[in-house]
Design a binder for this molecule. Structure first.
Ligand code: ATP
Length: 323
């Protein structure tokens, strides 16, 4: 549906987007994740044809956004980070105006406006002035505008920034439902949002793509069997000695256990060997039963931090976003 090839954007000497390559398939929800200043908005502005790239190309369903802007742009509905709303218009007036701007044929406008108001649950607000709406409803008006003209792709830049928790849940549900009919790309710096809503995550850092996978695979791939958590019954020293005999164990960390007479351990294994059977036999030999053994799965947040090495900045931004 969308092909981004060798995309570069330079602002003077500064490279905001650095040779980006990715493909977006039909009918999925994509999360575009990256810390502040990673280049998310710049990339989205290039995909939507709002700004030109310095190098590379973007094809929307085979149409180059710069060579055939009219055909390509018709396939995209865009909700920028700050929706371009006219505060002194009513919801209906604004949607009529937006439909006209999008050159939707006159006879089809009314039906299309009704449909987008129904999808975004705006019918009861249609006669209200936009300036009197809550932030959540304003965001819905922005979304309704993006949906006009039946675009196949919907691009949303930080769609939940500044909303309260209830509004965030409502907008996320709305985005999920859009995924049934549209291809959706949303940018976010909020990891929980991306894992809750998206089928696929693209992680960008300093203008470069650092990962592209499903949220589940990203956390799996980063851990594999390299780290195991165990709860074992028996004496700590005996358990440690037994584990010390197992090959490929790099490090054993001890934690106090909630289970009486047992101990919790986190074991780091060098390489990506599966050592679970060896651990089982070593501990059964010293008659220390394993009550629990599981791989330590990294959260998407840990994966992100590992890939971007941007802990401090990320945490600050995450806190801002959740407020
Ligand atoms: N018009 C511009 N002129 C000069 N530099 C710019 C311009 N727009 C963006 N930049 C720079 O390009 C980089 C990428 O910015 P961009 O807004 O794309 O990041 P982002 O990932 O969307 O971040 P945010 O979450 O803050 O919106 C930043 O370093 C930013 O300062």
């Amino acid at each position: 549906m969308i092909e981004v090839k060798n995309l570069v954007k330079k602002y003077g000497d500064h490279t905001a987007v650095d040779h980006l390559n990715f493909t977006v398939e039909k009918g999925k929800i994509y999360g575009f994740l990256g810390p502040n200043g990673a280049g998310k908005s710049t990339t989205m502005n290039m995909i939507t044809g709002y700004i030109a790239s310095t190098e590379g190309e973007i094809l929307i369903d085979g149409h180059n956004i710069l060579d055939e802007p009219e055909v390509a742009k018709k396939k995209i509905g865009y909700l920028p980070e700050i929706p371009p709303l006219y505060q002194d218009m009513t919801v209906l007036e604004y949607l009529k105006f937006a439909a006209e701007l999008k050159a939707i044929p006159k006879e089809k406008r009314e039906k299309n406006i009704k449909e987008v108001m129904s999808t975004t649950k705006l019918e009861d607000m249609k006669r209200r002035l936009i300036k009197n709406l809550s932030k959540g409803y304003k965001q819905r008006v922005g979304l309704a505008q993006a949906l006009l003209g039946y675009p196949e792709v919907i691009i949303l830049d930080e769609p939940t920034v500044g909303l309260d928790p209830k509004q965030i849940i409502e907008i996320r549900d709305l985005i999920k439902s859009l995924g049934q009919k549209h291809t959706v790309i949303l940018s976010s710096h909020i990891l929980s949002e991306v894992s809750a809503v998206c089928d696929h995550v693209l992680i960008i850092d300093k203008g470069k793509l650092v990962a592209s996978d499903t949220p589940e695979n990203l956390s799996k791939v980063m851990t594999g069997m390299n780290s195991l958590e165990l709860t074992v019954k028996g004496e700590e020293a005996v358990i440690r000695d037994a584990l010390g005999m197992v090959e490929n164990i790099e490090n054993i960390a001890y934690h106090s256990s909630m289970t009486e007479g047992a101990h919790d351990f986190t074991i780091k294994i060098s390489g990506d060997m599966d050592m679970r059977e060896n651990i089982f036999f070593a501990l059964s030999e010293v008659k220390c039963p394993i009550l629990r053994m599981q791989p330590t799965n990294m959260s998407l947040e840990e994966v992100f931090l590992k890939l971007t090495n941007d802990e401090g900045k990320m945490r600050d931004k995450e806190m801002e976003g959740e407020q």
